[in-house]
Design a protein around this ligand. Structure first.
Ligand code: MN
Ligand code: MN
Length: 466
């Protein structure tokens, strides 16, 4: 055999995906990304994600599981957990004890949360104290437009707040030090130049017209909030207010091949896995899309992946199909296959030294399979079985899905985790499989439209299991 042929036969095929698609596929990719960009512009918090997702599900004939007495093959249902976490399923033809095909992503993203007593005044400027959520590089969050999203629970009602997304609305920002006076700051380590307690958001400067009050600007802000929402300072204690980048997600590059926008970790996998589920009508095994909250802070809490609410949903499915009995859920989960759909680091040419080029994910090379995450020792990784990785890659190859496989950076450079280990703990086969991202956890993350579309195609094939 000629060397060229031999190379083609024996080498791992790795290539830029854009080179092997036709005009029709290119159009599909761009159309899909346009809808995706709309989605991430509307869904900037986990609560907003759940709202948008329910709209999508309803438009595709999914029903709230609580409205159904019993379920049969082909039925489409969803379950909402506390407005922040949602599961959707298409019931399969096979006995549910044979397990499910699950794709799990998360819909929370790094951001700035308000502290319980956030508002203060300093030199006649009003500011909000924040407590950052998830692993951020703090210096990236100053001097960018921020919008305010969330809920405030008062004595007798729950108020929803969303300010800073519409063109006519004001935005907020954290004022960094000017370079002229930053000599000392610039000598600090990047990590210490902006500290957690420096992430104070400027929210106003106009004093309330009064003589005998000390904090007139603070009073003015509280008065505005009271008139608009009926809230007082104490109500912040029972609120969940998130400040997120107010920038809109957009096409990036002269060729518009990329998407830039906030919250793509992990809404890119959430959106693609959800859209894939809405295209499923008949499946052998029950297909489930689970969208978790709290992944960025360790998956704890009753809306995180560790919560028993997930098992409650599975029990509901069992009860309404084959009937539930002791031990059945364990059997189901042991027989279940899971893709942990979470983003991974794409190779960033600005920082070549941190990558081991043979084992990285590349932008535009398709969805990425990550056999194990974790840190230097593989610590914390569930490490998928070769058999299950084999099952998934064969499925992808059979269906012409553009996929690549990687680790994340050189050994010892850092590390990360996903929800994979939690489902693996319950006995399921789990593999991490998601879209490569540049500038992950920054206010403006970058993905490739080619990879997004291949994630959608890959997830569809996985739900079908053929
Ligand atoms: Mn993630
Ligand atoms: Mn993350």
């Amino acid at each position: 055999m000629e060397a060229k042929e031999l190379e083609k036969k024996l080498f791992r095929p790795i290539k830029n995906g854009w080179q092997s698609i036709d005009e029709e596929e290119r159009k599909n990719i761009f159309d899909f990304s346009k809808e995706y960009i709309n989605f991430i512009n509307k869904a900037k918090t986990e609560r907003e994600c759940v709202k948008e997702i329910v709209k999508i599900l309803k438009a595709n004939n999914f029903q709230n599981i609580e409205e159904k007495e019993s379920l049969k093959a082909g039925d489409k249902v969803y379950y909402i957990n506390r407005e922040k976490n949602i599961y959707a399923a298409v019931i399969g033809e096979e006995d549910l004890s044979k397990g499910f095909n699950i794709i799990g992503a998360h819909i929370d993203s790094p951001r700035l949360d308000l502290k319980p007593n956030p508002l203060y005044e300093s030199k006649e400027l009003a500011l909000f104290k924040t407590h950052y959520y998830g692993g951020i590089k703090k210096y990236q969050w100053v001097n960018i437009p921020l919008s305010m999203h969330g809920v405030v629970v008062t004595k007798d009602k729950k108020i929803e707040i969303n300010i800073g997304e519409k063109e006519e609305e004001p935005v907020f920002t954290i004022a960094d030090l000017l370079p002229h006076l930053a000599k000392k700051q610039e000598e600090k380590k990047l990590e210490e130049a902006i500290e957690g307690e420096d992430l104070n958001i400027l929210v106003g400067s106009m004093p309330y017209a009064a003589e005998d009050i000390k904090e007139k600007v603070k009073l003015n802000i509280l008065n505005i909030l009271n008139q608009k929402y009926g809230i007082t300072e104490r109500d912040f204690v029972s609120s969940e207010i998130e400040f997120v980048p107010a920038m809109k997600a957009k096409n990036l590059g002269f060729d518009e091949s990329l998407v830039a926008g906030y919250g793509q970790d992990d809404r890119v996998c959430a959106y693609t896995s959800l859209k894939a589920l809405t295209k499923i009508d008949k499946v052998k095994q029950t297909a489930i899309c689970l969208l978790a909250d709290k992944e960025e802070i360790g998956s704890m809490g009753n809306t995180g992946m560790s919560s028993k609410v997930f098992e409650h949903f599975i029990n509901e499915l069992l009860e309404k199909t084959i009937g539930n009995k002791a031990g059945l859920i364990d059997k189901c989960l042991k027989n279940t296959k899971v893709l942990s759909a979470d983003v991974t680091a794409g190779y960033n040419p600005n920082f070549p030294s941190i990558y081991e080029e043979n084992n990285e994910s590349y932008i535009g090379y398709g969805i990425s399979i990550i056999k194990y995450t974790g840190s230097a020792s593989k610590g914390g990784a569930s490490d998928a079985n070769a058999e299950f990785v084999g099952y998934v890659r064969n499925l992808f190859e059979k269906n012409n899905i553009a996929y690549q496989n990687s680790e994340m950076g050189k050994i010892g450079i850092g590390g990360g985790g996903t929800i994979a280990y939690i489902l693996a703990d319950r006995g399921s086969d789990v593999l991490d499989c998601g879209v490569p991202v540049l500038s992950m956890h920054s206010p403006y993350e970058i993905t490739s439209k080619f990879d997004i579309y291949n994630a959608y195609k890959a997830y569809k094939v996985f739900y079908k299991g053929e």
